[in-house]
Unconditional design. Structure first.
Length: 114
C-alpha cells in the first residue's frame, strides 16, 4: 500500500501481481521481473503470467504447487496436472521446485531460481 497500490482483496495472488508490476518497471522483460519477484515470495504458488505488450509468450513459476508443460507441434500448454493435458499431448516437462519458465508456441526455456 505504501507504494500506491490499492488492494481489493486479501489474496496472495493480488500481492504477487502488484509486486511483479512494480518490478517490471525496473526490469526490461516480464521474465526478469518474475525471476526477481519469486526470490521475494514465501509459500506455495503456481502462477502463469503474460504481458499484454508481448502476448506471444507466457511466464510460469512454481513453488510448492505442481506445474506441467505439455509440448505440442507449434503450440505448448501449461496445467497443474498432466491428466488435464492428455487430450492434447503425450509429451511433458514437469517443472521442479523453484523453476521459472518462458513458454512460446515453439519454445520452452526453464530457469532454476534457487
Amino acid at each position: 500500500k505504501e507504494d500506491g497500490y490499492e488492494f481489493l482483496s486479501d489474496t496472495d495472488t493480488e500481492v504477487m501481481v502488484h509486486l511483479i508490476h512494480q518490478l517490471r518497471q525496473q526490469h526490461t522483460t516480464l521474465l526478469a521481473a518474475v525471476q526477481a519477484a519469486v526470490k521475494q515470495l514465501e509459500g506455495a504458488y503456481g502462477t502463469v503470467l503474460f504481458d499484454k505488450a508481448n502476448q506471444d509468450e507466457i511466464i510460469v513459476a512454481r513453488s510448492g504447487s505442481p506445474l506441467v508443460i505439455g509440448l505440442g507441434l507449434g503450440e505448448n500448454f501449461i496445467a497443474s496436472d498432466q491428466l488435464a493435458l492428455l487430450p492434447v499431448t503425450r509429451s511433458f516437462i514437469f517443472l521442479e521446485e523453484g523453476d521459472v519458465a518462458r513458454i512460446t508456441r515453439e519454445t520452452v526455456e526453464i530457469f532454476d531460481i534457487n
